[in-house]
Design a protein around this ligand. Structure first.
Ligand code: PCA
Length: 215
């Protein structure tokens, strides 16, 4: 089995993106599956095509895109990508879509096809905090999640796909306000490893023991 794991390049004035930094720390193999790493641009129009290039080149069984979610306190596995682009800040190419659909003929939303519940539970079972997230936002991360799910549904039905958001690395919050959450890159990478292990081992998702949000 092959797992393509992507991480974004730095954006929004940051000098690193903890997503790709942590992806680089992943082992070569997880639960017998080969891990293929790829950096992708934080650009609305380029991120999806970059992932498709990786799909064509490596023929993975699973695609997991990873991005930074500054302000979150732990790794979160995204449940859903929505057909909407709305950018608070310009992306790395200056693109700033406002209230636009990502795909004219796409569904309103797609659920992740990786086993999000099993992934979250496996991270927690290894002593690290982890939650499901029910929104990947409306920026480039949601864009790539939505577009990869659109693409896999239409063109690569045997590939399972989904998205993981990670918090700031500790070095990024030194100059940010007191209390800004962060995690060490080692703990982020360990969380990703546990999540990927569960994705490899669980072709079907499990029912969560608890969870859901009220707001
Ligand atoms: N995070 C951004 C885009 C790139 C990244 O790492 C997001 O959450 O949309």
């Amino acid at each position: 089995m092959k797992v393509l794991v992507t991480g974004f390049d730095p954006f929004g004035g940051e000098s690193v993106n903890p997503a790709y930094e942590a992806v680089k720390l992943l082992p070569e193999e997880i639960a017998g599956a080969q891990i293929i790493r790829m950096e992708i641009p934080t650009v609305f129009s380029k991120s999806g095509p970059a992932v498709e290039e990786g799909i064509e080149k490596y023929q993975p069984d699973i695609v997991i895109n990873v991005g930074q979610a500054g302000g979150r306190s732990c790794v979160t596995v995204e449940k859903v990508g929505i057909n909407l682009a709305q950018a608070r800040i310009p992306d790395n190419a200056g693109e700033q879509p406002m209230d636009e659909p990502l795909q004219a003929d796409g569904d309103t939303a797609y659920f992740a096809t990786i086993p999000v519940n099993a992934m979250v539970e496996n991270v927690r079972a290894h002593g690290l905090p982890c939650h499901i997230s029910f929104t990947a936002g409306t920026y480039v991360c949601n864009c790539v999640m939505y577009n990869v799910l659109y693409l896999t549904q239409k063109k690569y039905p045997n590939i399972r796909a989904g998205f993981i958001h990670v918090p700031y690395a500790c070095s990024q919050v030194v100059d940010k306000p007191n209390g800004t959450p962060c995690m060490s890159l080692e703990d982020i990478a360990k969380s990703l490893e546990c999540a990927i292990e569960a994705a490899v081992k669980n072709p079907e998702d499990i029912k969560p023991e608890a969870g859901g949000t009220t707001h």
